[in-house]
Write a protein that binds this ligand. Sequence first.
Ligand code: BES
Ligand code: ZN
Length: 854
Amino acid sequence: MLKYRADYRPASCKVISAGLDISIFDDRTFVTTTLELERIGDDPFLLNGRELTLHELSIDGRVLDEADWPVSEAGLSLEGLPAKCVVRTRAECHPESNTALEGLYLSGGMYCTQCEPEGFRRIGFFPDRPDVMTVFTVRIEAGRQFPQLLSNGNLVETGEVGDDRHYALWHDPHPKPSYLFACVVGDLDLAADKFTTASGREVDLHIYVETGNTHLTGHAMESLKRSMKWDEDTYGLEYDLDLFQIVAVSHFNMGAMENKGLNIFNSKFVLADPSTATDEDLDRVESIVAHEYFHNWTGNRVTCRDWFQLTLKEGLTVYRDQCFSADMHDEGVQRASDVSLLRAAQFPEDASPTAHPIRPESYREINNFYTPTVYEKGAEVIRMMAGYLGRDGFRRGTDLYFERHDGNAVTCDDFVAALADANDRDMSAFHGWYSQAGTPTLSVSRRAEADGVTLSLAQATPETAAGTPREPLPVPVRLGFIGADGQPVRTHLDGENDARDEHVLLLDSAAAEFRFVGEAGSGPMTPSVLRGFSAPVRLVDDLADDERLHLMTHDSDLFNRWDAAQMLATGAILSLAGGEAVAVEPLAAGYRRILGDAALLDEFKAGTLRLPGIAVLEAARAPADPVALFSARRGLLASLGRALASEIAAAIEARGQMAGHAGGRALLTQLVELGVAAGDADAIAAAASMVADRNMTISQGGLKALIHSEDAAREQALQAFHDRWQADSLVMEKWFQMESMSSVGGTLDRLEELMQHPGFDPKNPNKIRAVLGAFMIGNTPGFHAADGSGYSYMANRLVEIDKRNPQIAARMALPMTRMANYDQPRQDLMRAALATIRAGAASNDLKEVVDKAL
Ligand code: BES
Ligand code: ZN
């Protein structure tokens, strides 16, 4: 059944307060909900409940006969309630057999919860919708073998119950919806620290982990303190409780969850130090800790009215964590990495059967809408509005948003209205970005003139599976010009007096022309358009390769320098895949200039050498033979490896020194990967010895460089890595991933072996992703085997996974729905595999994804 955004109706009762009583036993858990209600409408009031056994229902103390229970499909539908009343339910749920990892479940011996978006209804009867916010008091009771009994807010009281049980009472003074409730019951180790807020309040910071792991919490703790400080400095937002808790759990569907005052994290995004995690992993820990912390205001204090508004909190919070990471590290490097993700994950989604606007109009299963579109494109939309208003204007807007809506559940329209009202600006055109799916194409062509150039800009939004309107959108275009000498050329826009290095145009119609006049004597100039990726569009321009090389070498905008390299590399790979000969030397010369540019960070240099991934290439050439693209990409790596042999040799020579800082490590591993692709014996030897390094960035870098190599070093390195880390569950995920991504060793037989390995756990999403997810994304020749064996293998695995964990099955099925990217024979094979999935799918989650594709 589809739900529509337009069908929103407010709940018919206010919940003045909620009491929860959770009592955990080995074979069942009892949950009592006590709701103080005030009626504000005449509709029935729904207490959602799913897979619960109701034991008792009372209204104002009057116990209802079982025959009178108002049981509906979704839960309990209460009609004719008094204007004020107290409703109480007592029910039973079964965390011990919950494999969906939604609601209350067991993970590695501890009980934990995941309620967003609709998991609370699997714990107890409750109005499980984000616009019902209330103050929670929670009593948790369990056996004494579980010392920690954690929930949101402040600990009020603890005590004994008989000889072997105990309880804790928690009160959260901030009203919140059910999806932000959490509880954790277990035997955990604690890492503690403190943070003093700008107004001088002391906050206890607690990170709970499985026993023996506190030594791996330092990075997460420091990241948390930096996030708290940044939100004070940047948005004037302080933390609002005396305690902030993070719990790391091994079984978790997502990355992490922002439950009020009690964030729950996938342990891989907490437990990290340089010996077990790469620099990239550490940065990811930092940005996820920040993201969940930032939700305290953007999501928790001000939340979503309904789940169609999800991007209100997720797009905004991703934008905030991106800005935080840029401030902690380097803006250009961060932007390149964020845009890479957008292009690799969101652009393909926007062109697929599951395309949707950042604020969808309908859904069957909300869990399927935690997507790159809602998140990453949502963040781009916020970024465009922030850029349009300027830093101070955006801050005025967010200040007004919090002032108006604190403690409420609101809509995307409310957010845009706050931005507009605070600045007295008309933002109405931006609404189109919320309601239209599809990646607009921005075409730019030039007409040279004696004293400058006229740029013709045009936009067009393609038809998508979402069928949403395709009106012109406001597209901010930041641009400048680079002269023949490599210096910025100051130009003035026709009709303006000031000459500038850079302009920001707003293209809000289908097409427009802009005439730029260069300063006297400026000579020929190369346009550098869409600087900083100022809008989430596909840019189609008329630059020649030598002009791109010029920008790659000289652009004052770092993002566009990176992007010029990406465009050139993409062009080269597509030509190779089409069987054309490619002269690699000009591109190699461009890389040499980048490598030799003392003004650039090593991280940036490494980023330019990271060739576009398969997903980006597929999108540029659909429908394509993905295996040909994979080989062409390997081919370009090899040619560049040969052309840059002396740079690679120098890096290997300087390995000791480069390994001393993150940028050096990124560059070293990138160059070694090129050398290995070229079959260079020294590079292979270097990679093999790197695998044994004590620093995980170096070690994993060596291993990753080898996984597609036919050299015997590949197997030896994988074995050595395995033997060293077999007792470390998180590091073993890297090993599983490398094994299954290998286009040489990652056969279907090997996948079967991996899933029999003692370190594999079929109930753990990280492990499933490490083997099967990595196979689909990283092992192109295996997954896209021409005989369809990869597709049918995955189809059967997904049907099995769906029985246990529908969310994971639905998410992992997405690559199978991107048929249109591929040649006809593969499309047919994928369709057949999808039919297998459709026949075996048990869940709404998986059915929705597959039905859209078929
Ligand atoms: N609110 C989400 C977590 C979530 C998503 C729970 C979907 C249930 C269903 C959280 O804030 C989030 O967005 N987490 C991301 C990581 C983040 C850094 C983008 C995740 O888990 O992938
Ligand atoms: Zn989030």
